[in-house]
Design a protein around this ligand. Structure first.
Ligand SMILES: Nc1ncnc2c1ncn2[C@@H]1O[C@H](COP(=O)(O)OP(=O)(O)OP(=O)(O)O)[C@@H](O)[C@H]1O
Ligand SMILES: [Mg+2]
Length: 388
């Protein structure tokens, strides 16, 4: 069936979406190549077929790794996440792309989730809840949400908010988001503030949509893919070169901030879709890095207490595989350790709210955070002495 790929109100391409597989099987006509999603055009080459556009399209589905996905699909009576993608016309709350049936009867102002209300049926199903309604309304921004943790967009007091769960053994991710928020705010680093809420016994993190009716999030991965990485160039250098070529301001400083935070909280999952940049969706002007988000996969969230060893090697992403190496890419002239004084005690207070975290784990985690700060301080001290 024919659709128009839309960027807000701008028709970008006439496309074919196969009604059985839901893939983009053809690009009939390209109207506005500059408005294609970032990363679809590689090395400034013209679009030869639908391959890269289809890859982008299918990346918009809920990932197969999403916790509880099979049960949620069963609750909704839907056989695949691709079906959900078309039910909401590919609309999301992180960018302004969508597909409009070619009869042209739909308009952005009537369908977008930034200005229109949406159903909570999909979000409820993703959390394993049924609303009891006979027929579910599947028009939801949850159909295009990324990431493996259970999550749901809701509207609270007119604001679009993302609720996100945690995972075994301690459901610690929401608490980690909150301590990362405290650290970032003390260090005066732009970030998405997270708070805590509860779904019965389950802790959830809550953050507000940092995207608006004017702006959109582009993942670092899509920027990284814009140009082919030469073999002799590191991922770090290539990424910054892509940002420079595209004219995205402030990325080096942003990466410094992110690498320091991730070292301190022992974040093991800062992959290229866990940070990004923001641009104006109409003018395509790059505004700069997105506020830091998704810091929950840290502080040994997936380890038993006995395995929490802050001075050991800790896996890192996205530029190096180990934090001790990755932190070597950062500069620290902006870093004020005094601002972090007592942060371990603040972490302890935050963790007290969890019935999944006992006293032993809590004190081990607080000690681990303090140790990471001391390790970085010592490392920077040695580095500076070496320079003199
Ligand atoms: N506050 C926000 N405003 C707009 N978009 C957001 C916001 N928070 C998250 N997103 C988008 O939703 C995606 C999924 O959210 P998030 O990364 O927090 O989930 P996750 O399950 O923790 O991911 P992962 O699998 O990387 O651990 C993000 O990659 C981003 O594209
Ligand atoms: Mg993520």
């Amino acid at each position: 069936m024919r659709y128009t790929l839309m960027h807000k109100t701008i028709p970008v391409a006439a496309i074919e979406i196969d009604q059985v597989t839901n893939v983009i099987s053809n690009v009939w006509e390209l109207y506005r190549p500059e408005h294609l999603p970032v990363g679809v055009l590689r090395d400034n080459r013209p679009l030869k077929n639908s391959q890269f556009l289809n890859e982008w399209w299918l990346e918009r589905t809920i990932p197969a790794s999403r916790s509880g996905l099979r049960e949620a699909l069963a609750l909704m009576g839907v056989h695949s996440t691709r079906v959900l993608l078309l039910k909401c016309f590919g609309l999301s709350l992180s960018d302004h792309y969508w597909v409009c049936p070619a009869d042209g009867t739909l308009q952005w102002k009537d369908v977008n989730f930034f200005e229109n209300e949406f159903s909570e049926d999909v979000g409820n199903a993703l959390f394993g809840r049924t609303g009891g309604a006979e027929e579910l309304n599947l028009m939801s921004p949850d159909n295009t949400s990324d990431g493996w943790l259970k999550k749901q967009w809701v509207i609270a007091e007119g604001k679009r908010m993302l609720l996100k769960g945690g995972s075994l053994p301690a459901y610690q991710e929401p608490f980690n988001e909150v301590i990362a928020t405290a650290m970032l705010s003390r260090l005066k680093i732009p970030h998405t503030p997270y708070t805590l809420t509860w779904n019965g016994e389950q802790p959830l993190s809550v953050c507000e949509d940092f995207i608006t009716t004017e702006t959109e999030l582009v993942s670092a991965w899509h920027v990284f893919e814009t140009y082919k990485k030469p073999n002799h160039v590191s991922t770090y250098q290539h990424f910054l070169a892509c940002c420079d070529t595209l004219g995205i301001p402030g990325m080096r400083e942003h990466i410094d901030h992110m690498l320091v935070l991730d070292y301190l909280i022992a974040n093991t999952d800062r992959h290229f879709n866990n940070f990004g940049m923001v641009r104006n969706a109409e003018t395509l002007t790059w505004l700069g890095p997105s506020p830091i988000f998704d810091c929950g996969t840290s502080m040994w969230h997936d380890q038993f207490t006995a395995q929490i060893r802050p001075a050991f090697k800790i896996p890192s992403k996205p530029f190096r595989s180990e934090h001790n190496d990755q932190i070597g890419l950062a500069s620290f002239d902006w870093l004020d350790f005094n601002a972090l004084q007592g942060i371990d005690e603040e972490y302890g207070e935050i963790l007290k709210d969890s019935s999944y975290i006992d006293d032993e784990r809590r004190s081990t985690l607080c000690f681990a955070l303090k140790t990471r700060i001391q390790l970085l301080k010592a490392r920077i001290g040695t580095h500076l002495e070496g320079e003199q």
